[in-house]
Ligand binder design. Structure first.
Ligand code: SF4
Ligand code: SF4
Length: 129
């Protein structure tokens, strides 16, 4: 399984990861449209919220729009998605993302683009059996 592992204790809150991800997905810089979310914590620290590829959502989808690819990454087929948000409701980490004018949700596909740009190595792509 391939997933984006977070090390929030290293995060400096620059939000480069959000910018990279939203640029890739939506061709614009928008925290709302990023698969990874940088969350402000008390004391000037940060938490990082992103899909861990747990697959809980896959069985919930009534149209089989969610599948697991060969790398173990949960993928959403936008053409099959009807926007019922069953996956959003069931996601245990709250990382099946939505944005206010969107119909279909979106999620991390473990592409690694954000990890390459993070200046402090607070995120990394990990592959496990
Ligand atoms: S790019 Fe790295 S340091 Fe910057 S906000 Fe994201 S995780 Fe934190
Ligand atoms: S790994 Fe790719 S899809 Fe996942 S948060 Fe980073 S840029 Fe977005």
């Amino acid at each position: 399984m391939k997933y984006l592992q977070t090390h929030p204790e290293k995060c400096i809150g620059c939000r480069t990861c959000e910018d990279v991800c939203s640029q890739l997905y939506f061709k614009e810089v928008s925290a709302e449209k990023s698969c990874i979310q940088v969350l402000d914590q008390a004391g000037g620290e940060f938490d990082l919220s992103v899909c861990n590829q747990c697959r809980t959502c896959v069985a919930e989808c009534p149209t089989m729009a969610l599948t697991v690819n060969k790398a173990g990454v949960v993928m959403l087929n936008k053409n099959l998605c009807i926007g019922c948000y069953a996956c959003v409701a069931i996601c245990p980490t709250g990382t099946m993302q939505t944005y206010h004018e969107g119909i279909v949700p979106f999620k991390c596909i473990a592409c690694g683009a954000c990890a390459k740009e993070c200046p402090t190595a607070a995120i990394e792509i990990v592959t496990e059996d």
